[in-house]
Design a protein around this ligand. Structure first.
Ligand code: PMP
Length: 371
């Protein structure tokens, strides 16, 4: 019935990543380093809080902006962190929910949205769905933000810069200088800076820095999916200038309605849960993978999230990944899913040490195969 399908569905294609998952589903004992979610479970006290919320009847709609138990606690945290006069916050249906609402609230058809390449897959798709024109800035080979290039890319039509640090798929963490520069540039040129901070907890070599520190008009989207291993619970939040947040809440009322109600009670408990041990384990996994591959692969040592993004040592990113799956049952993601380039591939180390060890062994064989 393709004659009925709206034009916007043709603006992007998800077949590439699905192909990897379809291939993976057929394998008996894959080495799965493709997963974009933590391998640790939700902390027990948070699970308990969710069960209690359900058992005690917190199953109706929540307030559109989120239940006070969570929203006020998050707002207090944000006020303490930034001290901005006009920074409001609401609870979203995952970070993705916040991202879609931000696009709907801000981007008019024909307006330009600046995205750094490599990018998180959803950015280009959502910007296009609301009629925006995506302008990409290539950050290869070191995945740093070149402020001159950003300044050049801003036109009278630019509405938004999408920023993500720590990043998916590269693991790159922008420096304070880059973040401050980007924040000041956005303020100077009057464009919205949208900061996707979902990997905030996963900073291994220093503290997390938000551009909101340097630009009070920064719109932040964040969530619990990665930090507390609960991507299936669909709990996120957004904070930024009051007028934007109010418009996003209005759009939420007529779309998502609210974030899952019982999970908001659990989210309030999650805020008091220490995940340092999980983060420490991921730092170690990063080191294990980088140390295990650096002599054979071109790798930019990542400072955060749980991905590394090496260059394929031979062939295109896609050819390399195809071979990895076929020969070693190793599931990794070709870089062209996240990029206009087809040269790299993404490894997720959100996996057991044993899986990572098997992955390193297979990747070492694969690199030698090309030589
Ligand atoms: N932003 C980035 C950069 C991500 O990697 C992801 C998840 N893969 C999301 C947003 C969406 O997360 P959520 O589960 O909170 O919707």
């Amino acid at each position: 019935m393709s004659k009925w399908v709206a034009e916007r569905t043709k603006l992007f294609d998800s077949s590439g990543i699905r192909k990897v998952f379809d291939l993976g589903a057929k394998l008996k004992d894959p080495i799965n380093l493709s997963i974009g979610q933590p391998d640790f479970d939700v902390p027990p006290e948070v699970r308990k809080a969710a069960i209690e919320a359900i058992e005690s009847g917190k199953n109706g709609y929540s307030l559109t902006q989120g239940m006070p138990v969570l929203r006020e606690k998050l707002q207090k945290q944000v006020d303490e962190d930034y001290g901005h006069d006009d920074r409001q916050l609401f609870v979203t249906s995952g970070t993705s929910g916040g991202l879609l609402l931000a696009m709907m609230a801000l981007v008019n058809p024909g307006e330009e949205v600046i995205v750094f390449d490599p990018f998180f897959v959803m950015y280009n798709a959502l910007a296009a769905v609301v009629g925006g024109k995506v302008v990409t800035i290539d950050t290869y080979p070191d995945f740093r933000i070149d402020l001159d290039r950003v300044a050049e890319a801003i036109t009278p039509k630019t509405k938004m810069i999408l920023f993500n640090s720590p990043a998916n798929p590269t693991g790159a963490v922008a420096s304070e200088e880059e973040i401050r520069g980007l924040a000041e540039l956005a303020a100077e040129r009057g464009v919205v800076l949208l900061s996707d901070e979902i990997y905030r907890a996963f900073c291994y070599d220093g503290e997390f820095i938000s551009p909101a520190r340097f630009n009070p008009e920064t719109l932040v989207i964040d969530g619990f999916s990665k930090s507390h291993g609960m991507p299936g619970w669909r709990l996120g939040f957004a904070h930024g200038p009051g007028e934007i947040i109010q418009q996003m809440i209005k759009l939420q009322q007529y779309s998502f309605v609210c974030a899952p109600h019982p999970m908001q009670w659990a989210g309030a408990v999650a805020m008091d849960t220490d995940v340092t041990a999980q983060i420490d384990a991921y730092r170690r996994k990063r080191d294990m993978l980088v140390d295990g591959l650096s002599d054979l692969y071109e790798i930019v040592r990542p400072g955060g999230s749980f991905y590394i993004f090496p260059k394929a040592p031979w062939g295109t990113g896609e050819e390399f990944v195809h071979r990895a799956i076929e020969k070693y049952q190793l599931l990794i993601i070709p870089g062209n899913i996240f990029s206009h380039k087809n040269t790299h591939f993404r490894i997720s180390y959100a996996a057991s040490d044993e899986t990572i060890r098997r992955g390193i062994e297979a990747l070492r064989q694969l690199a030698k195969e090309g030589a």
